[in-house]
Design a protein around this ligand. Structure first.
Ligand SMILES: [Zn+2]
Length: 319
């Protein structure tokens, strides 16, 4: 089976056997042009190449950084790819033909499924995964099944609203006050730049050594007790904790998997989020819960997408 991870920067793909380690892999920048026709053609060619040694039906799972609309893999909105209302799954399936079984899913859904199959939530039946990278995504597994929702956008925790007053921050989804608009990496980076331009004094500037100050530098400074950095983290951490805590109240998972580049590079922020969760989540939801860090890193989405497609193809063939 073959898994793809189609993000805003990279197009990655891998062929898997039984394990979580790719047997063959491919990576190229998304680059330009990134119109749907061009991307479908590129994905199809890579899939055909990777599928060469496979006999029979080839499951192809594509995790895409997008808000989806239906089970056919229609992209409602992808700010990363600058796509709106694109019948991506249908186009790809038509281009690849009957030998391939195409499944399109949200990229973080794929990551969380991968972690549940082969990573930090192995063996768990009830899982919430939250991925804080450039944006914020999530994935929900209930009773061993990935919850996709009525229109394939279950788990979109990044667009949970944490502010709703006039000052609520605008989000790329078109609404305001989403938790992503506060803690998503690109928003975080912009916020840091704005505050520094306005004259914030912080050790993070020195830690960046003359380069751009990244969230990782702010986290290091916060770890040293830097007042500005700690102030910023103390404002933001509870917002993510509220979004996660409310989801825990509804879902009652046994495992919370925290992943993504921002949390990996910001251990102090992560610790503050976990502390805030103690008041942001109902204690009954916290009792059975173990909080863990994602294990599979960059490969989680590839494994997860491939496994979702493998599973869907197996179900179809049994019918
Ligand atoms: Zn949003």
């Amino acid at each position: 089976m073959i898994g793809f991870d189609l993000g805003g920067s990279n197009l990655r793909a891998a062929r898997f056997g039984d394990g979580a380690q790719p047997v063959a892999s491919h990576r190229e920048p998304v680059g330009e042009p990134r119109d749907p026709e061009t991307i479908v053609e590129r994905v199809a060619r890579i899939a055909e190449q990777l599928a060469e040694p496979i006999e029979g039906v080839v499951p192809v799972g594509v995790g895409i950084a997008a808000m989806l609309r239906d089970r056919d893999g229609t992209v409602a909105n992808s700010p990363h790819l600058r796509w709106r209302d694109v019948a991506f799954g249908t186009m790809l399936a038509a281009r690849l033909g009957a030998r391939f079984h195409v499944v399109v899913c949200n990229d973080v859904n794929a990551i969380v499924w991968g972690e549940a199959q082969d990573g930090a939530a192995r063996g768990c039946r009830d899982v919430l995964g939250v991925h804080v990278g450039t944006g914020i995504g999530g994935g929900v597994i209930v009773g061993g099944e990935l919850v996709t929702g009525a229109s394939q956008c279950a788990g979109e925790i990044g667009h949970s609203k944490v502010r709703w007053d006039d000052a609520a921050a605008p989000c790329a989804c078109g609404q305001r006050g989403c938790v992503e608009a506060y803690l998503g990496g690109s928003y975080l980076q912009a916020r840091i730049a704005r505050e520094l331009a306005a004259g914030a004094h912080t050790a993070a500037i020195g830690l960046a050594g003359g380069g751009d100050v990244h969230p990782g530098h702010v986290d290091q400074a916060a770890g040293y007790g830097d007042e500005w950095a700690l102030g910023l983290w103390s404002e933001l951490a509870p917002l993510l904790a509220v979004a996660i805590g409310n989801a825990l109240a509804v879902l009652n998972p046994e495992r919370l998997v925290l992943g993504g580049g921002v949390l990996a590079r910001c251990p102090t922020l992560r610790e503050l989020v976990e502390t805030a969760l103690e008041v942001a989540a109902p204690s009954a939801s916290l009792e059975p819960l173990t909080v863990v860090a994602a294990e599979l890193g960059d490969d989680a989405g590839l494994v997860g997408a491939a496994r979702l497609a493998g599973r869907a193809a197996a179900i179809t063939s049994r019918r």
